[in-house]
Ligand binder design. Structure first.
Ligand code: NAD
Length: 370
């Protein structure tokens, strides 16, 4: 199979879809790997490493898309890539279509067979391709949040760990899944007082098992969330309803009770965000102020640690790429229940119900289109 890896076009997106080691595994199996010039440079993987791994370096975006049978990417396609969409082309990628009506329409119009990383499901209902990036984004949310709390960034001038005779900062994390737990690990490690909220008791139980009484847990209701937020220096939103737009559980009114100069990092922004006041921002302009609270809404946070993230992503995606390349993507989809439900568009049809409800396009079941 001919597999193409374009250079990512999203602002300051420095990850690449495959490490040279991952590409080598595919080329050893007899597949052709087309890597766009400098695609790995942002993650410190120069073209020479891909050449050593048996890949072909191609000079233009157009060449990668037009020659490839399957394009593997990190972030959703950029507008400049829509022109290369065509029926029969396979796209394997983070898509987050529930918050991307334009991308959804373009994929449907182009007849692309798109398979979303974030919807690949393990037998235990885990999301194996989302987990590594959620873990990294969770850890980064505390680093980014604590940076914007600094006085020179117009933050509250609060140090998470406090100091001798000065209380530590309060960090509230809503959503105790992969990203939330990673954020908790980091915030707790930096000495903050952490409160975790979730609507799933099992998740809160997991926090208790890992952190004992060092971290406060609370079942999430509008009231408990409001109470926790009103005392917080840093609030981190990390909720997920798989495939659907994030529920807007942090309201504008709640922010009015927060201390001035506090920071809100909404990791769930890639699913539309869980705060009413949040909007997507980019790495070159990551924050804005609303209700005197610093809002951070970057959709590609793991790009800040492009090398770590690329390595973590490749280890998660490679088994699925190998399967699709060896068996043929449609056979692999039909044979592997983990991949089956990740089919998002095919032959102009939208095959994810939650996405169809979020973007207002008609839904067709996977069985009816395959
Ligand atoms: N911004 C970025 O760069 C970036 C990077 C990676 C992941 N993410 C996003 O981070 C989010 C979290 O991902 P994850 O892997 O941790 O998901 P996860 O499924 O592991 O955890 C989500 C948690 O949210 C909880 N939840 C759902 N609805 C809730 C509600 N109404 N109130 C309280 N809790 C609720 C769930 O019970 C679950 O424990 C996702 O939207 C994901 O796409 C963003």
């Amino acid at each position: 199979m001919i597999i193409g890896i374009p250079r990512e076009r999203k602002t300051l997106e420095k990850r690449v879809a495959l490490t040279p080691d991952g590409a080598h595994q595919l080329s050893r199996m007899g597949h052709t790997l087309l890597i766009e010039k400098d695609a790995g440079l942002g993650a410190a993987f120069p073209d020479s490493l891909y050449v050593d791994a048996g890949c072909e370096i191609v000079q233009s975006l157009e060449e990668v898309w037009t020659r490839s049978e399957m394009v593997v990417k990190v972030k959703e396609p950029h507008e400049s890539e829509y022109q290369y969409f065509r029926p029969g082309l396979i796209l394997f990628d983070y898509l987050h279509l529930a918050s991307m009506p334009d991308v959804t329409k373009a994929l449907m119009k182009g007849g692309v067979t798109s398979i979303a990383y974030e919807l690949v499901k393990g037998v235990d209902n885990s999301l194996p391709l989302l987990e590594p990036m959620s873990e990294i984004a969770g850890k980064l949310s505390v680093i980014n949040g604590s940076y914007y709390l600094l006085s020179q960034n117009n933050g509250r001038g609060v140090l998470l760990a406090g100091a001798v005779g000065v209380p530590r900062a309060n960090v509230t994390i809503v959503g105790a899944g992969i990203a939330g737990l990673a954020a908790c690990e980091m915030a707790y490690g930096l000495g903050a007082h952490v409160t975790m909220l979730d609507i799933n008791q099992d998740k809160l139980e997991e926090v208790k098992v890992r952190f004992g009484n060092q971290v406060t847990t609370s079942y999430s209701t509008p009231q408990s969330l409001n109470r926790a937020i009103s005392l917080s220096d840093l609030v981190i939103g990390a909720v997920l309803v798989p495939g659907a737009a994030a529920p807007k559980i942090i309201t504008r009114d709640m922010l009015r009770d927060m201390p001035r100069g506090a920071v809100l990092v909404d990791i769930s922004i890639d699913q539309g965000g869980c705060a009413e006041t949040m909007k997507p921002t980019s790495l070159d302009d990551p924050v804005f102020v609303e209700e005197e609270i610093i809002h951070y809404g970057v959709c590609n946070m793991p790009s800040q640690t492009a090398r770590t993230s690329t390595m973590a992503l490749t280890s998660a995606t490679l088994p699925y790429i190998v399967k699709m390349a060896n068996e043929g993507p449609l056979n692999a989809l039909k044979n592997d229940p983990s991949l089956y439900g990740a089919l998002s568009t095919h032959k102009g049809k939208l095959t994810n119900k939650a996405v169809s409800e979020a973007v207002g396009e008609a839904y067709d079941s996977i069985e009816s289109v395959l």
